[in-house]
Write a protein that binds this ligand. Structure first.
Ligand code: WTA
Length: 712
């Protein structure tokens, strides 16, 4: 269909003033794709009346419709309690159990239906199918193990597990007891895990001995020892390390078990065969889990999600946006170690009683046809992934999808802005022109999608996430909190004007930071008990087109989104600063055609030290050890000095511009302007030699780079 249905480029006057939050964005209005009639015919939401039901005049009661998808032991008396803003409470008075909702209640009808289909990375290994009955058995038995160890409702337990069925089993067993799980992405280092153990006050760590990644069976247990050590340094003792075995009965790690502390889960389970543990009926506002995410300070934020509000929200959005029907086979290729996996691999799909696919490994292992073979073999009809994975699969196997006989009705993209060109490959080649694409904008903090269109009712527009989700009233504010009108071509900060059931409840142990980071910016009256006075500041820049669709431009804070994963620059920098020779460190984003952004690290050395490959190696190791391989900078540049203001602040936007081969802008406020040319010569010639010269940046990219680090 025509690319130009939507007409001409958005009008944006050259003279429009350009402040940090209010920038003029010039981009071509993309053509829209209407959803295929076949999709509309079967969609869970195809009647526009749903939009009226969730209109602002029906807030907050509209969210009963989501909560009614669950089984409640006791019905709530207050849908939204706003007595202590912005600590919203949803469905107060209500009681429920998340594990009961995701497992037990499906037994009557779907006992022998697959709940999980696990695809191990080695292709000859065969899938593991876990039926709802089997899931019930495993969750109960593991809950009995936890109970035996004295774990109780409200306790926190840290998980550091790979993509195996034992991970959802562990999460659901915790939920069964009202225990708050905190799963740390398996790719994070032991030290990063230890920091999260300490922050959450966990006495138990649950891990696995090993898992496959790109063809190797990695020793994962070694990280548990590092984690326990790191937690101890922060004053938190871990009493028990429970080790699942990738191959039960056989230990696949080289790291020895620690006597008295470490135990194999399969051995403990042997004592609890057939155990049944009553699900503990939890208040709706009881925390279900913590999910840590990076922020602008070094200390990660443990986002605390509730039981009733969160589960309602992910069930509702899975139904209407993922369009999950009982007979669908749904595959989200994310990792459960991120919020996407929690909400849209585990809790949402299982609450709806569908079949959810889990894949252990890398998407292009052993080749770029792997995802499509899995989809064909399992009859996957709903597929969910990130722009990074799509870019990568497009790069290494542009013609692979056509070789396989699978048919998606629905595809999701999440985690980063997706370029229209990549979107079109996703639509035409992966989706074969048959599937809707749902671009979902949300965050660890939001629990579920908050910016996206209902796939049966809204046309798709490449590069835009769409309108606000049901019952969410999104807006774009300028720095003063004044709304920027849609269609003005100006960008600002995207906000949600209202609370919703999936929003996190607080930052674990840091309630003031919760208020200051997300609400202080636009709250004008801290004493107000009216939710209208507490817009949620998401930390993303965005622009709203005339048709109401939002286009997300990226972070406005010191967070770099690498392949859909948020890395805090302060975390990266403090890790580099721990290296003895390093005096100063600055991390900047570099535009990358596969991973969206990658990190480059600039280092200045203490007097008396010479630049050397060893120091570069030390910085790299420090970052891998403190955070994990995913945070490894693409390049580490040791420079003679950093560009600094007279007050000594490193001008990150200047080095970011150098790394991205873009104009460094105004440097007259620098104390040492002469350093800029030196750094540019050094870095750009090294990059050219490596073939890393940057393509020309889009306007939005250039804006991000040129203003990087200025919003402090
Ligand atoms: C970015 C992931 C553009 C955004 C669910 C947000 C997106 C951050 C999109 C949250 C999207 C997420 N389009 N950008 N559809 N989805 N983002 O917490 O900058 O890992 O603030 O949650 O990713 O990342 P997080």
């Amino acid at each position: 269909m025509s690319e130009d249905v939507q007409g001409q480029a958005a009008e944006a006057s050259e003279s429009s003033e350009s402040s940090e939050a209010t920038i003029a964005v010039h981009w071509r209005e993309e053509g829209v794709y209407p959803p295929p009639p076949k999709f509309i015919g079967q969609a869970n939401a195809s009647d526009p009346a749903i939009l009226d039901r969730f209109a602002e005049e029906n807030f907050p009661e509209c969210f009963r419709e989501y909560a009614d998808l669950l089984h409640w032991d006791e019905y709530w008396h207050t849908t939204l309690d706003t007595s202590d803003p912005p600590f919203w409470k949803w469905f107060t008075g209500g009681k429920l159990n998340a594990s009961y909702n995701c497992v037990d209640r499906h037994l009557a009808r779907d006992r022998n239906k697959a709940a999980l289909i696990w695809v191990p990375e080695p292709e000859d290994a065969g899938d593991t199918v876990v039926t709802y009955q089997e899931l019930y058995r495993q969750v109960n038995e593991f809950a009995a193990v936890l109970q035996d160890l004295g774990v109780q409702a409200g306790d926190r337990v840290t998980l550091h597990m790979p993509m195996v069925p034992e991970l959802p089993v562990t999460m659901l067993a915790c939920a069964r007891l009202g225990v708050v799980h905190s799963q740390v992405f398996a790719g994070f280092s032991g030290a990063a895990c230890g920091g999260r153990i300490a922050d959450s006050g966990s006495k138990i760590l649950i891990t696995m001995d090993a898992f496959y990644r790109s063809g190797d069976l990695l020793d994962h247990k070694v990280k548990a020892d590092e984690a326990v050590e790191a937690a101890r340094k922060e004053g938190q003792e871990v009493d028990r390390v429970l080790v699942w075995r990738r191959f039960p009965g056989q230990y696949s790690a080289k790291t020895p078990m620690v006597e008295g502390r470490d135990v194999f889960v399969d051995e403990l389970l042997a004592d609890h065969k057939g155990a049944v543990v009553e699900p503990v009926s939890m208040p709706a506002e009881a925390p279900l889990f913590l999910m840590y995410t990076s922020g602008t300070t070094g200390r990660p934020k443990g986002c605390q999600h509730s039981t009733g509000g969160y589960l309602s929200y992910v069930a509702g959005t899975s139904k209407f946006y993922q369009d999950i029907h009982p007979e669908d086979t749904y595959w989200c290729m994310a990792d459960i170690g991120w919020i996407t996996g929690h909400s849209y691999i585990v809790y949402g799909p299982l609450a709806l009683g569908t079949t959810t696919v889990l894949y252990e490994g890398t998407p292009n292992y052993p080749d770029a046809g792997r995802p499509w073979r899995i989809a064909e073999r399992l009859g996957v009809n709903i597929f969910h992934t990130s722009p990074t994975a799509i870019r990568m699969l497009r790069k290494v196997g542009p013609d692979e999808p056509a070789k396989y006989d699978y048919h998606f009705k629905h595809m999701t993209t999440v985690g980063e802005p997706i370029e229209p060109e990549v979107y079109r490959w996703y639509y035409n080649t992966v989706g074969k022109g048959e599937a809707v694409i749902v671009d979902t904008w949300w965050q660890t903090e939001t629990g579920g999608f908050i910016g996206t269109g209902l796939p049966g009712l809204f046309a798709m527009k490449p590069g835009s996430c769409g309108p606000a989700a049901l019952g969410i009233y999104l807006d774009i504010f300028d720095e003063n909190g004044d709304p920027i009108p849609k269609g003005s071509g100006k960008a600002g900060n995207i906000v949600a004007r209202n609370p919703w059931p999936g929003i996190f409840q607080t930052i674990w142990g840091q309630p003031e930071r919760f208020v200051s980071t997300y609400f202080a910016k636009y709250n004008k009256d801290p004493d107000s008990k009216d939710w209208h006075d507490w817009p949620y500041f998401a930390g993303d820049g965005a622009v709203q087109a005339e048709d109401g669709y939002f286009r997300i431009l990226g972070r406005v804070d010191d967070v770099i989104n690498v392949a859909g994963h948020r890395l805090g620059t302060k975390e990266l920098e403090s890790s580099a600063l721990a290296v003895q020779e390093v005096a100063e460190a600055a991390a900047v984003p570099v535009v990358d055609d596969v991973r969206g952004r990658v990190v480059e690290m600039y280092i200045a050395l203490k007097p008396g030290y010479e630049a050397s490959p060893e120091i570069v190696g030390k910085v790299k190791t420090a970052i891998e050890t403190d955070i994990g391989k995913i945070a490894r900078p693409k390049n580490i540049w040791i420079v003679p000095d950093m560009p600094k203001t007279r007050s000594g602040k490193i001008m990150r936007r200047v080095i970011a511009s150098v790394s991205n081969f873009t104009d460094v802008g105004d440097i007259t406020t620098l104390a040492n302007p002469e350093i800029v040319d030196k750094i540019r010569d050094q870095v750009q010639s090294a990059k050219r030699a490596k073939g890393e010269e940057q393509r020309e940046l889009s306007e939005a990219e250039a804006h991000e780079i040129k203003s990087y680090g200025e919003q402090e």
